[in-house]
Design a protein around this ligand. Sequence first.
Ligand SMILES: O=P(O)(O)OC[C@H]1O[C@@H](O)[C@@H](O)[C@@H](O)[C@@H]1O
Length: 268
Amino acid sequence: MLTRLPLHIVEKPWGRTDIPAAFGDFGERRIGEIWFAHPDGDAAPLMIKFLFTSERLSIQVHPDDVRARAAGHARGKDECWLILGAEPDAELGLGLKAPADVAALRAAAQDGSIVDMVDWRPAQAGEFFYNAAGTIHAIGGGLTLVEVQQNADCTYRLFDYGRPRDLHLDDGLAVVDAAPSHGAPHCAIDPAANKRLVDGPHFHLLHLAAPFDRDFVGPTGQSLTLVPLADGCRIGDEPLPFGEVALLEDLSSLEMAPGARALLCWAA
Ligand SMILES: O=P(O)(O)OC[C@H]1O[C@@H](O)[C@@H](O)[C@@H](O)[C@@H]1O
């Protein structure tokens, strides 16, 4: 049995109008994020989003579980990104180039020089990045990506290029890891290969490529989320095309036709 998740559309100042038709027709709306709403709402541990960027997002940070709960949230926010499409000069900021103290970060967020402290790196289709809570980061423009995250709507913006949105400097600086993150998990994914991407502490995430190999997956949790990255996935006789996301109770009736690929995740 599968439960298809409804889309929640989020417009963003850094969004785009050229959203793939598989997600729907949104006209001239500037869509930044498409969320897949879990029936358990805030109680669900994980959230899947697709992001479509035309400009840099805010320079920001998310709290970990302990700090998020202290602030009244259900959980913190580790997140990870698989790049599905990238313009030739696209980049992504993950961590800082050099350690900085909180006073220096505060001053740099206020005068904008924090942009040059961030460790920007090229981002290409097929690359996978894990962004742990506490890491100063920013997704760049010209990217289409799928995000798997702990389900927490909790972003502290440190700098936003003068866009008229709220900043959260005090909250952000209280949870920030002011160190570089050169060791952040990062790899390139072969679209035709199975690969384990994340094994805790908050969730498990696998890249699956046709033909589906149950033995590769091994033991799982009970509520699985399947995110097709191409057409060709079927649950029994129900197709699950790219542009949809579903919850599965188990993998017994999953089939993947040649060329199909998907992400599979479950809470740790
Ligand atoms: O604050 P803005 O720039 O809109 O970015 C907010 C977005 O940031 C990304 O890095 C992710 O964490 C998304 O889940 C989040 O919604």
